[in-house]
Design a protein around this ligand. Structure first.
Ligand code: GTP
Ligand code: MG
Length: 452
């Protein structure tokens, strides 16, 4: 293939959808199919991500993808666990992901987290395709391993095809209710204004060639200018998670979307109180499965280039925030980089009022999404922060004048034991949920009941 990996970075593809609809299975299938295509070494497992090079995409997609038609290096897939809001995947000015796959179980159809993901895709203007997954569960289905979807579709009985069609049109209808014009992907001419639905099975591999082809085509067509980055420049990324790791203390799981990060680099990371300035001690990536048994889980790298998922070990990361920016200082003035991180963080600052509810969320992105949802519902916010529910939050909530504001809305957070005791004593009400709309709805219902 005529690739020039020196100048174009890999597009970042977020895989999202409701719990159990098959996000992880789809990625497992892509990896598994690559192994059977003899491309085993080609796919690399990153922290929270899977990199599939163009040659592998092309050999898996068969006639659907001609590598020569493309000059992007491949695709970097980010798996988002169902309990973790896709909103974590934020970057300066919008979404971290360049494109997305919204996975929907064909039998289950749209579920709360499907709606939530769709809402964020709409808000951030992220192009996406819908993978209508688990087509193999259609009654009477006759599976054809790894076949392109039209081929397998044509070899089904009329009855099976009708059953599948019913489910697919249900999904297309729900997309249209949400304001998206959608159709089966092979009928979509213009992917900019229309959402393509790709029927797939993560179990049998049917439709996987199509999904890869559509994603590659979408990236190539609409993303190319955004992929032109300075791959040698100082790295920019987003923190996906802050995790304690044996022997390293607090570490960052980072998706790097620009430049490079090297061991020893000085970096600036968004922290709970203020930006953290520290130095990269180690860059870690999971080892290939076969190597894990004998040694440590991770392999150390000297340097990592965008786009990648990587674990960053460095001192003083305890207060780093999921969803926050990470910037490499290399060759820049430290003050300028700190200012850039502060500015990026200030984009997310939530409008607060003198009277309102207390909001706690697991990541900056989810805090932002919560604030948006509350603004739309005209629910005022007294204070909004990333982190678990602590006694201090209860104290703040208890100062509200109106009883309906003596409330903490927690998104995907834990409640510290001391805080739990305080909640009982202070007559503060706690709502904790992992679906934003549910949280808003629960609260609205509570307010309504109080007013009766
Ligand atoms: P979370 O990460 O928990 O949000 O779930 P997920 O979306 O990653 O779903 P996962 O891949 O873990 O799949 C959930 C279940 O559905 C598993 O039991 C899978 O085996 C099953 N499953 C996924 N895809 C398919 C499919 O195409 N066909 C069938 N029959 N089962 C599937
Ligand atoms: Mg999963």
């Amino acid at each position: 293939a005529a690739t020039d990996p020196g100048s174009l970075r890999t597009p970042i593809v977020a895989v999202l959808g409701h719990v159990d609809h098959g996000k992880t299975s789809l990625l497992d299938k892509v990896r598994g199919s690559a192994v059977s295509e003899g491309e085993a070494g080609a796919i690399t497992q990153h922290i929270g991500a899977t990199a599939v090079p163009l040659d592998t995409v092309s050999s898996m997609a068969g006639d659907l993808v001609m590598a020569d038609d493309f000059d992007l290096p491949g695709l970097l897939f980010i798996d988002t666990p169902g309990h973790h809001s896709f909103s974590t995947l934020r970057a300066r000015g919008g979404a971290l992901a360049d494109i997305a796959v919204l996975v929907v179980d064909v039998n289950d159809g749209f579920q709360p987290q499907t709606e939530e993901a769709l809402d964020i895709l709409q808000r951030t203007g992220t192009p996406f395709v819908v993978a209508a997954n688990k087509i193999d569960t259609t009654p009477g289905w006759n599976p054809q391993a790894d076949a392109p979807v039209q081929q397998t579709y044509e070899s089904q009985t009329d009855r099976a095809r009708e059953r599948l069609d019913e489910n697919l049109y249900e999904i297309i209808g729900e997309l249209s209710d949400a304001g998206f014009s959608a159709d089966l992907y092979w009928r979509v001419q213009n992917f900019q204004g229309n959402i393509g639905v790709v029927p797939v099975s993560a179990m049998t591999g049917e439709g996987i060639p199509d999904l890869l082809a559509v994603l590659m085509g979408l990236s190539q067509r609409y993303m190319k200018t955004e992929m032109e980055v300075d791959l040698q420049g100082p790295g920019k990324g987003t923190v996906l998670e802050v995790k304690d790791e044996k022997g390293f203390g607090a570490t960052l799981d980072v998706v790097l979307y620009d430049g490079t990060i090297e061991e020893g680099d000085r970096i600036v990371v968004g922290g709970v109180e203020s930006p953290i300035v520290t130095e990269v001690r180690a860059l870690l990536r999971p080892k290939a499965l076969s190597e894990i048994r004998t040694e440590a889980e991770f392999e150390r790298l000297d340097s990592v280039q965008a786009a990648s998922g990587v674990k960053v070990a460095a001192p003083d990361l305890d207060d780093a925030m999921a969803g926050a920016p990470v910037r490499v200082v290399r060759g820049r003035h430290l003050e300028d980089v700190i200012a850039a991180v502060e500015e990026e963080l200030s984009e997310i600052e939530v409008d607060t009022a003198d009277e309102g509810v207390v909001v706690k969320a697991d990541t900056l992105g989810s805090l932002e999404a919560m604030a948006n949802a509350l603004r739309e519902a005209e629910i005022p916010i007294l204070r909004a922060e990333v982190g678990d529910v602590a006694p201090r939050d209860v104290a703040v909530a208890s100062t509200a004048n109106e009883a309906e504001h003596r409330v903490i809305l927690g998104f995907n957070v834990d409640v510290l034991p001391d805080a739990e005791r305080e909640i009982d004593q202070q007559d503060v009400k706690l709502f904790n949920h992992d679906v934003i709309y549910q949280l808003v709805e629960d609260y609205e219902q509570y307010v309504e009941e109080r007013q009766r």
